[in-house]
Structures are given as structure tokens and as C-alpha cells.
Design a protein around this ligand. Structure first.
Ligand SMILES: *[C@@H]1O[C@H](CO)[C@@H](O)[C@H](O)[C@H]1NC(C)=O
Ligand SMILES: *[C@@H]1O[C@H](CO)[C@@H](O)[C@H](O)[C@H]1NC(C)=O
Ligand SMILES: *[C@@H]1O[C@H](CO)[C@@H](O)[C@H](O)[C@H]1NC(C)=O
Ligand SMILES: *[C@@H]1O[C@H](CO)[C@@H](O)[C@H](O)[C@H]1NC(C)=O
Ligand SMILES: *[C@@H]1O[C@H](CO)[C@@H](O)[C@H](O)[C@H]1NC(C)=O
Length: 262
């Protein structure tokens, strides 16, 4: 990650110092917006440009997935595009510099449709500057996550189900014994409203009598927080064994401390 960032900045530095004739910059990390139930602060995307030529006209346009959603012509108030007037706070002033005053995009009322590839295009009589920025919305306000298990002899089947999340999740089932052997993962299903459901089924073989604890982890690309649920197999009384086993370790630990002290 760090290495990639370093390479990225070297490339950017090279582009900026004139290594390429096009002044294009690529932002590496997407801006992540996690939806909340309460009122949210605007998400501001800055269009970070430096102009040579400040004498001729200047326009700044913002696009989402190649559709124009906002534009500003220096000397005029910003012109919201009617379809997006509830998505953008066009009164947001990004700078006191008259060449940048309304150049940022202030996203308000985000929904999962706010996700997209954004770019700002700055144009003067002699220059065009394009800056890209990816925005990824995460919505886990209303999800359900369940891990079911069914033990038949030495095989345990585990099924993890998540529903109503955005974007596409990745499900991973792990076992404290590391004995997950068979994995069947289906592609996440998209609901009509754009949210996803997903299911993963695994089979686990287990020959000892210890209780096992299983975890299902739901993760999203580019987002560090996971959703997690844990299940402990307690069939045929093995949960008690598990507790005794833990107690055994605890006693050993106490003994070790005693030995260490005296
Ligand atoms: C920007 O300024 C540099 C030097 O200051 C000049 O070489 C270059 O041609 C200018 N670019 C444009 C597009 O005016
Ligand atoms: C959560 O889901 C329930 C039932 O599916 C729905 O009625 C409710 O509006 C949802 N809430 C949010 C914040 O999406
Ligand atoms: C599971 O148990 C069956 C019979 O009880 C045995 O034949 C099989 O080898 C066991 N499987 C594993 C992976 O231990
Ligand atoms: C996703 O899960 C929800 C709740 O379990 C269910 O109502 C819905 O039908 C599922 N959608 C799909 C496409 O399977
Ligand atoms: C989230 O889950 C992914 C995949 O299982 C894992 O690589 C990552 O370390 C987890 N992150 C956290 C904060 O637990």
C-alpha cells in the first residue's frame, strides 16, 4: 500500500513537472461516504488546480459518470443542473480566490446513487485541466446478518447470509480450528432498490470434541470496517468441555504467574 502510494506520488510529480503534456491527475483512494440516519455534513470534492492563465474566461464543470452535474463560470453565480439541484449545495464557497471560489463540489443528501466516477474539468482560453475522483457510498444502516450451522456427525454445514447492504459484499467464514474445507459462494444478488444480498455456504470436518467457534465476516472493497457475527457449536454438550478447557488454561496461566513471582 505504502509502496503503491509512493509510486503514485512519483508518477504524479513526474506528470506535474511536465513529463506528460496532459495535466491529468488520478486520485488513488476513493472518497468513502458512510450513510447515517442523522443529518450528514456535505461531502466536498475539491478541484485542485493551479492556473497559468487567469486572464481569459474560466469554467469549471463537474461530471459524475460522464454526466454534467454542476458548472461554474467565473464572474457568474454557479449554475446548478436542475436534475441535481437537491444533490449539490451550489452555494458552497471553496475559496476566497476568485479563480476557485465555486470550484468545489459539495455533495448533499447522499444515497447509494451518489457512488460514481467524478471528474472536474477546468477550462480557460489556453488550458484544460481534468481531475478524477471516485466516490464510494457504503450503506449498512439496515442490514441483517445471520450465520446458521447444522452438525451431522463429523461434518458441520455453515451458511452465512447477509441482506440489504451496499455495495457488493464479500463474505468469509472462518473457524477457530482452521478446518473449513468446502466453500460455495454465490454471486451477490442485487435487489430492485440496488442493495445486495449474499450467501456463503461452507462445510467443516471436525474429529475432536472441542466446541468450535465460527465467524462470518462481511467486508467491502476499500472500506476497513467489517460486519461480523460469531456462532459457537454447542451440540452434544461440547460447550461445557470448551469452558473446562478454557478454565484449564486459566489455571496454567495462574500457575505460571506464581512460578514467575516466586
Ligand atoms: C504555463 O506556464 C509555463 C511557465 O510558466 C509555460 O511554459 C506554459 O506554456 C504555460 N502553459 C499554458 C497552457 O499556458
Ligand atoms: C429498513 O428496512 C425496512 C424493512 O425492509 C424499511 O421499512 C426501512 O425503511 C428501512 N430503513 C432504511 C433506513 O433503509
Ligand atoms: C467423517 O466420519 C466418517 C464416518 O463417521 C469417516 O469415514 C470420514 O473419514 C470422516 N471424515 C473426515 C474428514 O474426518
Ligand atoms: C434479500 O433479502 C431480503 C431479506 O431477507 C428479502 O426480502 C429479499 O427478497 C432478498 N432479495 C433477493 C434478490 O434475494
Ligand atoms: C475485514 O475483513 C477482511 C477480509 O476478511 C480482512 O482482510 C480485514 O483485515 C478485516 N478488517 C478488520 C478491521 O477486521
Amino acid at each position: 500500500m505504502l509502496q503503491r502510494s509512493i509510486v503514485f506520488f512519483i508518477v504524479i510529480a513526474w506528470i506535474q513537472t511536465g513529463g506528460l503534456c496532459l495535466p491529468i491527475r488520478e486520485e488513488e483512494e476513493p472518497v468513502v461516504i458512510e450513510l447515517q440516519n442523522e443529518e450528514m455534513q456535505p461531502t466536498v470534492l475539491d478541484c485542485d488546480y493551479t492556473l497559468n492563465d487567469t486572464d481569459s474566461f474560466l469554467t469549471v464543470k463537474w461530471f459524475r459518470d460522464d454526466k454534467t452535474i454542476y458548472q461554474w463560470i467565473r464572474g457568474s453565480p454557479p449554475a446548478p443542473i436542475p436534475d441535481y439541484k437537491n444533490d449539490i449545495d451550489s452555494s458552497y464557497e471553496s475559496s476566497t480566490d476568485p479563480n476557485k471560489r465555486y470550484s468545489s463540489l459539495a455533495l448533499i443528501n447522499p444515497t447509494i446513487d451518489t457512488t460514481g466516477d467524478y471528474k472536474c474539468v477546468v477550462q480557460t482560453g489556453t488550458e484544460t485541466i481534468t481531475i478524477h475522483q471516485r466516490v464510494q457510498v457504503i450503506d449498512v444502516r439496515n442490514y441483517t446478518l445471520n450465520l446458521y450451522h447444522n452438525k451431522i456427525h463429523n461434518e458441520t454445514q455453515l451458511e452465512c447470509k447477509v441482506s440489504n447492504v451496499f455495495p457488493k459484499p464479500t463474505l468469509t467464514i472462518t473457524s477457530n480450528d482452521e478446518d473449513v474445507v468446502k466453500v460455495v459462494t454465490n454471486d451477490p444478488q442485487e435487489n430492485e432498490d440496488g442493495y445486495f444480498n449474499a450467501t456463503t455456504v461452507v462445510a467443516v470436518y471436525d474429529n475432536d470434541d472441542d466446541a468450535d467457534s465460527y465467524q462470518c465476516v462481511v467486508s467491502f472493497k476499500g472500506y476497513s470496517k467489517n460486519l461480523t457475527t460469531t456462532e459457537t457449536s454447542s451440540s452434544d454438550g461440547s460447550l461445557i468441555d470448551f469452558k473446562l478447557y478454557r478454565l484449564g488454561w486459566f489455571l496454567c496461566y495462574l500457575l505460571a504467574i506464581q512460578i514467575a513471582i516466586f
